[in-house]
Design a protein around this ligand. Sequence first.
Ligand code: URA
Ligand code: CA
Length: 439
Amino acid sequence: MRMVDLIEKKVSGGVLSEEEIAYIVKGFTDGTIPDYQMAAFQMAVVFQGMTDRETADLTMAMMHSGDVVDLSDLRGIKVDKHSTGGVGDTTTLVIAPLVAACGGTVAKMSGRGLGHTGGTLDKLESIPGVNVELPMDRFKEIVNEIGVAVIGQTGNLVPADKKMYALRDVTSTVRSIPLIASSIMSKKLAAGTDAIVLDVKTGTGAFMSTVEEAEKLAHLMVSIGKLVGRECVAIITDMNQPLGLAVGNALEVREAIELLSGKIPAGDPLYEVCMLLGTHMMMLSKLADSEVEAREKLETALSTGAGLRKLREMVAAEGGDPSYIDIDRINELCSVKTIINVYPKRSGYISAMNAERIGTAAQILGAGRATKEESIDPSVGLIMKKRLGDFVRADEPLCIMYVNDENKLDAALRMFHSAFEYSGKKPAYHPMVYDVVRA
Ligand code: URA
Ligand code: CA
């Protein structure tokens, strides 16, 4: 087999066999296929696409490029949840403990934030003492003891994706739906859980800017799951504004604690997306017979404080100080030099809110990183005071910024204000959830 022939086949719109795809992934991972050929191949996929079967073969080849986690010695149905990346999305810190409090087995490997999106690991590390770089044995021990652990990726998982993604990032080939689906699913499958709930975001803060693209990605990922025998459900949720009100690390932990303490009502977008993700995690875990029953169980775990206690247990198991998992004490982690009210440039209905720019504003303040090497400031960020469609007067704050380095404030404010559009008319309502996609 020659790589140049396989590139030619894809450029001409051909369909590659399982062996051909395995050859490409193996050769690129071990270095016998050079970057320029892989880049050409990925660009061909951007234009010619892949069939569902090719995408599943690519996913499996990538999954087997490194270690595959074996969770078979853990009790129960192991369930994971994955988001394609959002702003103000602290759902993992709410539903991982809530589902565990209902008897679920939540074994989750998470990522760090990059660019405008936050990462669960960074949020957890804002709690003093937490160590998310745990070895596999300890990860499994914690899951067996308390039903939930969220850690960083351990071992050599999907090295093919690391190389392929780095190349896509600099050759403008990230956008291909088959490449995104195989990238995400290879990592989820390698992480070894039986069931996966996917949260596919759509809107101004998401990879998929339209609902149609998000539908395609969701259907493709669910069908890959089915082809390889894993239970998989995807929900498509709105990212035309931050999901929660908090954007930052300790600030998002605080919002998760508020939710788990019953301070955020049903109907709130973060609450509803948490309940929906949690409901499907419960269903795939066979912990409820119906979605209504699943939600009732989750809401009971919420109102009794069982979910909050579970988060506290998880933080303690990961080396953190559990006393911070408390509505009063968490504020200590959110203390900054300056708190600034940010007023709108004009009054009116908020007709557009670019979630990516709001995330980037928080990143500029120090809540995120532009490159993998940067460090983050756990306490900075912003708290939104308005939602899309709200009317705002010129003397009402749009958000409160939590600032430690005032040199960053001007750039953060410019970025933040560029996210907003105003109108004299109340804009059309944006649903929070567009669809649920099942196998
Ligand atoms: N997230 C991933 O992990 N991979 C992609 O290709 C896009 C988003
Ligand atoms: Ca996230």
